[in-house]
Design a protein around this ligand. Structure first.
Ligand code: 0PR
Length: 357
């Protein structure tokens, strides 16, 4: 085999990162295990219990139910599926803010529920009034995002949970990316702050676990009954996950890295990432860019089509929001040195562009 994985030194758009060394080591050891069959693969099943207990601690639940999924997409699909299967209405709908990740479109498609997409406030957070206007008696789920994909914003989760209660719907929080950084901020986003039913929180993003390790956590284990199917010929009698065979590597790496890093290692990681985001935001603002203030370690900045193209040409892995702003996601692999060289390239490429115009 000739292929080599990419270097991380110019990757600014990814929400995944280099796994922590303990995550890498655990993933390798548990490669041949299948937590999809917990009665047969008992040691990885125990690690999954540890991982879920760890996620529970992070999201303010003493007795969490949940499992390590293939990623945030599966976790979001499953949350929508729980709500749909419990809904009384035969035509259930799900109300999401416009910032919701595109996995909700997939969920709505595969589960045949109507997705109602409410506009945002000027600060790119969910507009609770608009969300309320989109709700009716068929609303099965109200979704909030704690750490949005494009702008790193945190929706008003307590208000959205109240809205869900008012309309008799479940409340799901998508903290796929934000879940491992929000504990070190003042935001109100988790089960301890609001009447949230389910949450997505992905170890393979800010948790620094190996891919695949997404997380779905529920306040009440009964919610998973809406998903369970009988598995008569397995050693375990029921299964509530979406996939059958699952990655023991992902599960073991998530358990290992959380045991190692929660809370101090993750706090340091957050502080470094947030410091870097503020540094690059200031550096770009000084150069006249109209930078969006990074509430979490994600900077969005409008740049010209030409600069964006030339940064990509120079090897930078950057992407843009739907309305055209370049995103710098300050994941753990994004160091100050990397950002320094990014800003130097911005200067160099802009100077070249100015000469050419
Ligand atoms: N929810 C939120 C808030 C997300 O940001 C994402 C993914 C998901 C759910 C879905 O998670 P999975 O991708 O684990 O199913 N956010 C990034 C995105 O789609 C994922 C990503 C990761 C993109 C690495 C690029 C990349 O290189 O933009």
């Amino acid at each position: 085999m000739r292929g080599q994985p990419q270097e991380f030194d110019r990757v600014l758009s990814s929400m995944c990162t280099e796994p922590h060394p303990v995550a890498r080591e655990a993933a390798e050891r548990f490669l041949a295990t299948n937590p999809g069959d917990p009665a047969t693969y008992q040691s990885v099943a125990e690690l999954e219990d540890e991982a879920i207990a760890g996620l529970g601690e992070i999201v303010g639940l003493d007795d969490p139910a949940g499992y390590i999924a293939s990623g945030g997409t599966e976790a979001n699909i499953q949350a929508v599926r729980i709500a749909r299967n419990r809904a009384v209405s035969s035509t259930p709908n799900v109300v999401v803010p416009e910032s919701a990740h595109f996995s909700f479109q997939k969920a709505a498609d595969v589960l045949s529920v109507e997705l109602r997409v409410a506009p945002l406030t000027d600060d790119w957070t969910a507009d609770v009034g608009a969300m309320r206007r989109f709700c009716d008696e068929d609303t099965a789920l109200v979704v909030g995002v704690a750490g949005t994909t494009e702008y790193g914003r945190v929706d008003p989760i307590p208000e959205l949970a109240d809205l869900a209660n008012d309309v008799g719907a479940l409340c799901h929080v998508d903290a796929a990316w934000g879940g491992f950084i929000l504990p070190f901020t003042d935001h109100e986003w988790h089960f301890g702050h609001a009447d949230v039913d389910t949450m997505t929180i992905d170890p393979h993003k800010m948790g620094a676990a190996a891919i695949p390790a997404g997380g779905l956590v529920a306040r009440d284990g009964e919610l998973f009954d809406a998903l369970a199917v009988d598995t008569p010929y397995l050693e375990s009698a029921k299964q509530a996950t979406l996939t059958g065979t699952r990655s023991g590597a992902g599960v073991a790496s998530a358990a290992a890295v959380m045991a190692e890093c929660w809370p101090d290692g993750y706090r340091e990681q957050y502080e470094r990432a947030q410091g870097n985001a503020e540094w690059v935001a200031d550096a770009l603002a000084e150069r006249g860019f109209d930078v969006v203030e990074p509430e979490l370690p994600l900077v969005a900045v409008p740049v010209s089509e030409e600069l964006f193209a030339s940064l990509r040409e120079a090897g930078w892995r950057v992407s843009r929001t739907a309305d055209g702003k370049l995103r710098v996601v300050c994941m753990p692999h994004v160091t100050r040195e990397i950002l320094d060289s990014f800003v130097a390239d911005v200067d160099r490429l802009q100077a070249t562009a100015n000469i050419n115009t």
